[in-house]
Design a protein around this ligand. Structure first.
Ligand code: ADP
Ligand code: MG
Length: 599
């Protein structure tokens, strides 16, 4: 093919790929435009995960009749004049690419009117070509409808994610903007059902209650960062909410950060938040946080990436310190003055408030290693609810249990260390067994074996409990409902983002169903590996983890003996289902060598 300049149509489709990668990115761009237009009410209606239809209505400024076509030209913007403006961007958009891009890969219609004009303007655009223009009656503001996205780019269409994934992503995007703009009233409707609404009250707390659910919000502390402590950086402000230390997740996804009202992804800042929890959280657990960071616009370069989610900072280190300190201060304050939790005005703090955490936490601060009256080891039981003593039935060791080839020798229990490790002796020396990891392994193999025999999942019936979930998590739950049912959960949708739990796997009889589900959803959210088998395995692993005896629980000799008998029967007794070791082994030879009895 000889060299030739690409047609405008092809150029715009290529460029569109950078900005509109998927339906969720269309929602993002159009919501940003509505916010930039000063809207106080933004309505997002989605059909078919956005592939069929996306409609965004706002009551913002509108576009003057003689500029509407212009808005659809590439690099046409009202937000930027000179290259100099790029150094202090205060609007969400500035490239003038979104409308042109979206219009080039969809059937789009726009109806818009500015307050000063009596009639509105309506355009219909198909694959970038203007089909029709007319004058219509319309309220001030803008309505944009995008249908049949990617109809003319089959390659892109082929790579679209599942409808449910897209729905979840869209819910995340809308809730994030609602957090960043609490003065704006947002409504999100998916397939005719309202899944999210913010009040527009101007209070971040109100948005968080709708977005994260009251149960999560009740477990967050307000960050009132105020000014940075560094004399030179008085202009960095950090505010928002972050979870109390006994409320945590398996992944960092729940750390939501905004810089000057723009949601950003920044692993270093997310790390700063996690660092603030140092010694407050177990390793591998992450807080839930929503932080608003304000700094002078000229300090942030948003012109790095087409989606503008990655940014660069002029003074990354000061920012890191400011974020970490603000969060840390709130956590330390909370630990010192329990009464502070009433600080959020008008908040309906539930009866299950943070007092359990505060008790644990208070004792943790002086790091006392004394045994609590319940027999729990303070240090290892950090932030956990006290566990009921292990009932003998929890570790069934009946003669009916099938015998497996032994992979562990017969062990004799010697005792327990730190309420966490079992010391045992075998023919080949000394064994130190992590009781939690070992029990996880046992439950996991029992579960999998029952599964392989296609035994019906044994259930524990609950008096029906309702739970409310944030829209994104509720989509995730819906997506995995069948797998959960397979494992023994009986969950039923019950209105928008609300579910009834009727039964859980029998293993979980003593656990809070809400906690278990949250943990499962957070695992699934983190989940990289797709595929039904992997998902099921993930859920089973989590169920076993929740059900297993915890570290910090004192066990009787009989309980330890029974645990070890069962571990002996496991196919892979040496590791827990996550792959961590369940035991350390020191051979008689090693012992003798250490004590200088050998050679
Ligand atoms: P950008 O947002 O980068 O300027 P867009 O392609 O998203 O580029 O939009 C082009 C222009 O169209 C904007 O600069 C703005 O003037 C106008 N516009 C887009 N959406 C709206 C809206 N919802 N209300 C008012 N004006 C809008
Ligand atoms: Mg824009």
């Amino acid at each position: 093919m000889p060299i030739h300049v690409l047609s405008e149509e092809v150029v715009s489709q290529i460029a569109a790929g950078e900005v509109v990668e998927r339906p969720a990115s269309v929602v993002k761009e159009l919501v940003e435009n509505a916010i930039d237009a000063g809207a106080s009410h933004i309505r997002v209606e989605i059909t078919g995960g956005g592939r069929t239809r996306i409609r965004i209505s706002d009551d913002g400024s509108g576009i003057p009749s003689d500029e509407v076509e212009l808005a659809f030209l590439r690099h046409a913007t009202s937000k930027l004049q000179t290259a100099n403006d790029l150094s202090h961007i205060v609007t969400l958009g500035f490239r003038g690419e979104a409308l042109a891009s979206i219009a080039s890969v969809s059937h789009l219609s726009i109806t818009t009117r500015i307050a000063e004009e009596t009639a509105g303007t309506q355009l219909q655009i198909s694959g970038g070509a203007l089909i029709r223009r007319q004058s219509v009656g319309a309220p001030a503001g803008t309505v944009i409808t995008v249908e049949n996205l990617f109809f003319n780019t089959p390659a892109r269409l082929k790579f679209l994610k599942k409808e449910n994934t897209e729905k979840r992503q869209i819910a995340l995007i809308v809730t994030r903007y609602a957090m960043a703009y609490p003065h704006v009233r947002f409504v999100l409707e998916q397939d005719g059902r309202e899944v999210f609404r913010s009040t527009g009250s101007g209070q971040l707390a109100d948005v968080l209650v709708s977005a994260l659910g009251l149960d999560t919000f009740k477990n967050m502390v307000e960050i009132e960062g105020g000014e940075s402590e560094r004399e030179s950086r008085r202009d960095i402000r950090v505010s928002g909410y972050s979870s109390v230390p006994n409320h945590h997740r398996a992944d960092r996804n729940q750390i939501t950060l905004f810089i000057n009202g723009r949601w950003i992804q920044d692993t270093r800042l997310a790390y700063a938040v996690t660092q603030a929890y140092h010694t407050f959280l177990m390793t591998g657990r992450y807080p839930i946080a929503v932080l608003m960071i304000q700094l002078p616009p000229e300090e942030v370069d948003v012109n790095v990436h087409p989606t503008k989610a990655e940014v660069r900072f002029r003074d990354q280190d000061s920012l890191f310190v400011a974020v970490q300190k603000a969060v840390r201060r709130a956590l330390v304050d909370l630990a010192q003055t329990p009464a502070m939790r009433g600080r959020v005005d008008g908040l309906p703090w539930g009866s299950q408030d943070n007092s359990a955490w505060e008790q644990n936490h208070a004792s943790q601060l002086d790091l006392s290693l004394e045994l609590q009256s319940s027999g729990q080891h303070t240090r290892t039981s950090l932030y956990r609810e006290p566990q009921p003593p292990l009932a003998p039935t929890d570790i069934p060791d009946g003669p009916g249990a099938p015998l497996k080839p032994r992979t562990l020798p017969i062990l004799r229990v010697v005792g327990q260390i730190g309420a966490t490790y079992i010391v045992a002796e075998g023919p080949a020396g000394l064994y130190l067994i992590d009781q939690h990891a070992a029990h996880e392994r046992i439950l996991y193999e029992q579960f999998m074996e029952a599964h392989a025999r296609q035994a019906p999942a044994s259930q524990y019936a609950l008096t029906a409990q309702t739970i409310h979930l944030p829209p994104a998590e509720s989509a995730l739950l819906t997506e995995n409902m069948e797998t959960l049912a397979h494992i023994g959960f009986d969950i039923e949708p019950f209105g928008p983002n609300t579910f009834i739990i009727r039964a859980v796997p029998a293993l979980l009889a003593n656990q809070s169903p809400q906690d278990v589900l949250n943990a499962i959803l957070s695992d699934l959210e983190a989940g990289a590996k797709p595929g039904q088998a992997a998902i099921e395995d993930k859920i089973v692993t989590r169920v076993c983890k929740q059900a297993a005896i915890k570290a910090g629980q004192i066990l009787s000799v009989d309980e330890m003996q029974s645990l070890i008998r069962q571990l002996e029967r496991c196919q892979s007794p040496q590791t827990c289902p996550h792959g961590r070791p369940t035991m350390l082994h020191m051979t008689s030879d090693q012992l003798a060598r250490e004590f200088g009895r050998l050679g």
